[in-house]
Write a protein that binds this ligand. Structure first.
Ligand code: HEM
Length: 512
């Protein structure tokens, strides 16, 4: 028997003497095997040993966090998937290994209270306006959130909103004037785009200090609306995989998350920066949200930085427009589909004199808008919260440990039969006044149209005023009709907000 050659450590350690192909093959095989063992082990842990294993849900949701982006992007629209999951698995379902989702309105205060933190995935949402400057939406800690909130609140109190009314009226008047051009031509209007144009012009007037001009030019200026539409699916996916965004954000690739100057969003940033600079140079005091942002101070009384103002104004633009135009579409659909409601609205006082009053009354129109938001919530998305110290023990004895995430989708909560009645799936504005008093109280208490608790929407008074003004003017001038009554819209997408694709509306001049 021949003797084996003696082992030569020096040769072994010299990389250039080893067959490189074999070496890389072996290393990648070991790496792949280790990854498979890790992933399988993690899935087994998530399914059989994780503290949330007792909560029912789809098998895939219990195995991996990738179920979140999958159900968001590849499933039917997320609100539909969520509704189906609740119907099958009950009020508390597992949406990812460490994420539960609730649709029981009475559980909202348990997971949305003064001490509740937002989970890290919210911080790493790539929705920032300027580099690494978190906006109010990204503040995880209640204290920091409160500081950001305090800065914004003066913009949304009654007197401030009332002063913004003429600015909004100008935008609505322009929208109606241009709508007349469509009506006279008999054009079928792409309603999503047209309502989006109004919403963006109103909000940029309020937060940048001037409208971008979508309505005036009847075009998608700089292609911004299209870019928003293209970006939202990716933002949604990344928001559901925060560790991935965190890794990208902290790597040299992070700079790619900030839109370059020649992209549509980059152009919007330059417009915003220019308008902001003009405002600073001329020290104009307009009754808009930008004025409030400019007067904002930090906790120690020092003025907020320009970057914070830029970030906040950008996020206000996104938060205040994508939601509002979605409601404009759902409301239009609802009144066309419910002639009874339309007739009843038209019998109420929609006159300008009424609007000019200190406290204008549009009760039925208001109820119809509110009901549209309830039934087709404009942001039927994912609002996760972190379970705090000590965890939460549910009434049935099940325990949700600290660090778990509990989310709600307003679309599902707002269709809860327990709170909104057996006809919760129907469009019936009267429910907000004729339901039994105890039920009415529950409906108002557990109503997440504007979210729930300390993160609820500060823009509510602005949005309500805008919606009332726009619909009042629209309905006094035109009778909206579906251009294709057989198939009024093509499909509805949900990448965070509901968009009615291919919804074409014809405006018939109204004969008073
Ligand atoms: C129909 C219109 C609107 C609806 C349904 C709506 C709904 C919501 C919801 C559900 C949230 C909660 C998000 C969360 O809990 O994480 C929210 C937050 C917010 N909304 Fe609105 N919104 C609307 C319009 C507006 C407008 C017009 C503005 C501003 C002018 C605005 C500004 C904000 C801001 C700044 C936040 C973050 C609040 C915080 O984190 O404290 N929204 N909105």
């Amino acid at each position: 028997m021949s003797k084996a050659a003696p082992f030569d450590m020096a040769t072994f350690l010299r990389f250039d003497t080893v067959d490189k192909k074999t070496f890389f093959y072996q290393v990648s095989t070991i790496f792949a095997a280790a990854s498979i063992v890790y992933i399988v082990g993690k899935c087994i842990y998530n399914r059989y040993f994780h503290p949330l294993r007792h909560f029912p849900g789809p098998v895939a949701a219990s195995l991996t966090e990738f179920y979140l982006p999958w159900s968001f992007y590849f499933g039917v629209a997320e609100h539909v998937t969520d509704e189906q999951r609740h119907a099958r698995y009950g009020s508390i379902t597992r949406k990812a290994p460490n994420v539960l989702q609730i649709d029981d309105p009475e559980l909202l205060p348990v997971f949305n209270n003064r001490t509740t933190h937002k989970p890290k995935r919210v911080y790493y949402s790539p929705a920032w306006g300027v580099g690494d400057v978190p906006t109010i939406l990204n503040q995880l800690h209640p204290k920091e959130h409160q500081v950001a909130r305090k800065r914004l609140t003066p913009a949304f109190i009654g007197t401030a909103v009332k002063k913004m009314q003429p600015l909004m009226q100008k935008r609505v008047d322009e929208w109606i004037e241009k709508s007349w051009e469509y009506a006279n031509e008999g054009t079928a209007i792409d309603w999503s785009k047209w309502t989006q144009s109004l919403a963006y012009d109103v909000i940029t007037e309020l937060v940048f200090g001037a409208p971008i001009g979508f309505v005036k030019t009847k075009t998608d200026v700089y292609g911004v609306l299209q870019q928003f539409k293209q970006a939202t699916p990716y933002i949604g996916i990344l928001n559901r995989l925060p560790w991935l965004v965190e890794a990208i954000w902290k790597s040299p690739l992070g700079s790619y998350l900030i839109p370059a100057a020649d992209t549509p969003l980059g152009k919007i940033f330059s417009v915003r920066d220019r308008l902001l600079q003009e405002r600073l140079d001329k020290s104009v005091d307009k009754p808009d949200i930008l004025s409030v942002l400019l007067k904002g101070v930090n906790e120690d009384g020092s003025p907020v930085s320009l970057d914070v103002i830029k970030s906040e104004s950008f996020i206000l633009m996104a938060a205040g427009s994508e939601t509002t135009f979605s409601v404009m579409c759902s409301f239009t659909i609802n009144i066309i589909q419910h002639p009874r409601v339309y007739k009843k609205i038209m019998e109420t006082d929609l006159s300008p004199e009424n609007l000019a009053q200190e406290d204008p009354q549009f009760p039925y129109l208001y109820l119809a808008i509110k009901e549209s938001m309830r039934l087709m919530h404009p942001a039927p998305s994912f609002f996760p919260r972190l379970v705090g110290k000590g965890g939460v023990t549910l009434k049935d004895g099940r325990f949700i440990p600290e660090g778990s995430e509990v989310a709600m989708n307003p679309y599902c909560v707002l269709r809860s039969k327990k709170i909104f009645g057996d006809d919760a799936d129907q469009f019936r504005p009267e429910r907000w006044i004729d339901s039994p008093p105890e039920q009415l109280a529950l409906m108002e208490t557990y109503n997440p149209i504007w979210s729930y608790g300390r993160t609820s929407c500060p823009g509510k008074p602005v949005a309500e005023m805008e919606l009332l003004m726009a619909f009042r003017a629209l309905l006094l001038n035109f009778v909206p009709e579906f251009a294709n009554p057989e198939k009024p819209w093509d499909h509805i997408t949900n990448y965070g907000s509901l968009v009615y694709e291919g919804l074409y509306i014809k405006l018939k001049p109204r004969v008073a």
